[in-house]
Design a protein around this ligand. Structure first.
Ligand SMILES: Cc1cc2nc3c(=O)[nH]c(=O)nc-3n(C[C@H](O)[C@H](O)[C@H](O)COP(=O)(O)OP(=O)(O)OC[C@H]3O[C@@H](n4cnc5c(N)ncnc54)[C@H](O)[C@@H]3O)c2cc1C
Length: 636
């Protein structure tokens, strides 16, 4: 074994969405970082959909941005289509989604990494970890080259013993055309990690010139979107349309007649697939009464003719893929440039992680992204930032970084993973976030930017601007509460024009703004502030006034939640000493080792009765052998 002369504070294995954020966060916090990847031409690759964001994923991207991460900035510079979803519903479920130029996304992120101080990038295939005294101290690559580091972040995606499937054909690969990481997968098993197998898949890519777009429904990019990043003046690239089509009965018949040739339904795949991201075969089998399924044609970039066919993921043999694609109106002559395929890979059971994403039984080792059983670029990037920050905090002896479920979607995701685990690919949804009214896209900066600044990832200018906006929001809400609008012909006409009832007596501007048919424009017209306010300030004022009741109610719930989170369970608490807890529950508590009563309450199988028994025991000190810790971001 030969050893690298240089040692590092943080070694990041994997330059996917998780690894890039981890490496950038740690390097920007002042650590010496090495970032390893199997192929540098695939840094920040988007192996599946060309999109960033979407339901709840948009919230994650804005949270990454508010904490000083990179995904949102690169997204805005490479977006070729932008839409805000659910605008007819309340702000809690508004989510932005872009389609991006994949090649430019890769190149832009690679350039950001290359320009970052303290960060070395290396093309190597890591084969195993270096471990001393239950601590990860480095890595060894396929050639026997060792690199030492104080901490290691594994962000290896779909590569751990990755196997690609097309029909009855399969071969070891981390993605089509890339090596599989079999050595590292075996090493993690030999180190005692409990691991599982998951599966995901991708649709075919078609040549644009072989498609008849005239019979498809055009969907244009949104005009004047609010970019993902607070740093972006606007979107950098030309916007292009996507197209909507439909698979029909003929498509469904082609698949059902050949279902036994599918890798999934032919029994070649053992990995668990995602319920919410069904392959086309799944749709045919699980929804037999449906006679059509939507497909969306999304350009993969401005300088390529490749078209991504969302909704048509499958693992059928190529000749059947041609047959099924050509049953779809508009695609009758289509040429497949890249076949659809499925991939199965190993993941590490996230119940073996602390809320910092450090592994319980190997200190100094952090896991982020798909390796933890999640699926999605945004979920991976959020975990990468989290793990990178925590590795840096450990090296710099700073408080660990943990956000709770009332602060961020990231907090919800990581708490779900380390407290409940996952048996299928975990994707973020707004329904997972019980405090989603407070965790909106539009207030990610107000929730998290100060924390990003404390970490050293958000600069003083941005923090100053944030504080000034926060002050303006509070002052404007107070002003509207005190400003009374007197009835009069102009106001009556304005209200009548908007189908709103006239006012009979002096009415606080705030009360008018609460009317669903009115917006801040009524204030602008009849009670303007001394100086015009920033659109972001106005947006916050509108939401705070219109949803005041709901927000108050949620704040009360969060208070209760925080009380439970602040009821600490010592790290070495003896659950078996608590009378009234079932053996099964003690086993689960011992496996998860919850740090708080709140976390204990979310363990599968925890009952209110058992929770109160535990609460009493904690108060009485039964089982307590005297431990504890302090964490940044939330006062644990
Ligand atoms: C075929 C396919 C279909 C997908 N479909 C979907 C989908 O429909 N929906 C969805 O949400 N997500 C889908 N994904 C998943 C999505 O790509 C991932 O969620 C996301 O890319 C995960 O990011 P990551 O950073 O964890 O890992 P990845 O983006 O997979 O990156 C892993 C990185 O680790 C490096 N690496 C791995 N092992 C080693 C090693 N031993 N040594 C050095 N470097 C190593 C690789 O080179 C790469 O840079 C799909 C992925 C694939 C491959």
């Amino acid at each position: 074994m030969t050893t690298n002369s240089k040692t590092y504070d943080v070694i990041v294995v994997g330059a996917g969405h998780a690894g890039c954020e981890a490496a950038l966060a740690a390097a920007r916090m002042g650590c010496r970082v090495m970032l390893a990847a199997i192929d540098l031409d695939k840094i920040a690759a988007m192996p599946c959909s060309p999109s960033i964001g979407g339901m709840a994923k948009g919230q994650l991207v804005r949270e990454i941005d508010a904490l000083g991460g990179e995904m949102a900035r690169v997204t805005d510079r490479t977006a070729i289509h932008f839409r805000t979803l659910n605008t007819r519903k309340g702000p809690a479920v508004h989510s932005s989604r872009t389609q991006n130029d994949k090649q430019r996304y890769h190149m832009t992120m690679k350039a950001v990494l290359e320009d970052t101080a303290n960060l070395d990038i290396r093309q190597i295939l890591v084969d195993r970890l270096l471990v001393e005294n239950h601590r990860a101290v480095g890595i060894v690559d396929r050639t026997g080259f060792a690199v030492y580091g104080q901490t290691v972040v594994l962000a290896t995606g779909t590569f751990l013993a990755g196997r690609v499937h097309i029909g009855d054909l399969s071969f070891m690969a981390g993605r089509a055309g890339e090596f599989s990481a079999e050595g590292l997968a075996a090493d993690l098993k030999s180190l005692g990690f409990s691991m599982g197998r998951m599966k995901t898949g991708t649709p075919p890519r078609l040549h644009r010139d072989s498609i008849d777009f005239s019979v498809l429904e055009r969907q244009d990019s949104q005009l004047h979107p609010r970019p993902f990043s607070y740093t972006s003046p606007g979107l950098g690239l030309q916007q292009v349309p996507s197209y909507i089509g439909a698979a029909n009965a003929e498509t469904i018949r082609t698949v059902s007649e050949n279902i036994s040739h599918s890798s999934l339904y032919g029994g070649f795949i053992s990995g668990v697939s995602a319920r919410y991201c069904p392959s086309f075969e799944d749709k045919v089998v699980k929804f037999p009464d449906r006679t059509s399924h939507q497909v969306i044609l999304e350009p993969e970039g401005l300088d390529t003719k490749e078209i991504y066919v969302s909704g048509l993921g499958n693992s059928l043999p190529l000749e059947i893929q041609f047959a099924l694609v050509r049953t779809i109106p508009g695609l009758e002559e289509s040429e497949i440039m890249r076949p659809a395929y499925a991939i199965e890979y190993d993941y590490v059971d996230p119940l073996q992680l602390l809320p910092t994403l450090e592994t319980r039984h190997l200190r100094g080792l952090y896991l982020a992204g798909q390796i933890n059983g999640t699926s999605g670029y945004e979920e991976a990037a959020a975990q990468g930032l989290w793990a990178g920050v925590n590795a840096a905090c450990r090296v710099q002896n700073r408080d660990a970084f943990v956000l709770d479920r009332s602060q961020a979607y990231m907090g919800v995701m990581i708490d779900d993973l380390v407290t409940r685990g996952t048996s299928e690919p975990y994707r973020m949804f707004t329904s997972r976030a019980e405090y989603r009214l407070m965790l909106r896209e539009d207030n990610a900066d107000l929730r998290l930017m100060e924390i990003g600044h404390e970490l050293g990832l958000i600069d003083a200018e941005a923090a100053k601007d944030l504080r000034q906006r926060r002050r303006q929001i509070d002052e404007e809400i107070a002003r509207l509460g005190k400003t009374v609008l007197k009835p009069g012909p102009k106001l009556d006409q304005y209200l009548a024009d908007r189908g709103s009832s006239p006012v009979k007596t002096g009415t606080p501007a705030e009360r008018l703004l609460k009317r669903s048919e009115l917006d801040y424009d009524v204030v602008r017209n009849f009670a303007p502030p001394e100086a015009p306010l920033d659109a972001r300030v106005i947006g916050q004022v509108e939401i705070a006034v219109k949803y005041e009741g709901y927000i108050r109610k949620q704040e009360k719930e969060i208070e209760k939640f925080r009380d439970m989170e602040n009821t600490r369970i010592p790290e070495d608490f003896d659950f078996s000493a608590v009378h009234g807890l079932s053996n099964e529950l003690c086993e689960k508590l011992d496996k998860v080792r919850p740090l708080s009563l709140g976390q204990a309450s979310r363990i599968d199988g925890m009952t209110p009765a058992a929770l109160s028994v535990l609460m009493v025991a904690l108060k009485a000190g039964t089982g307590d052998t005297g431990g504890g810790g302090k964490v940044q971001g939330t006062n644990l």
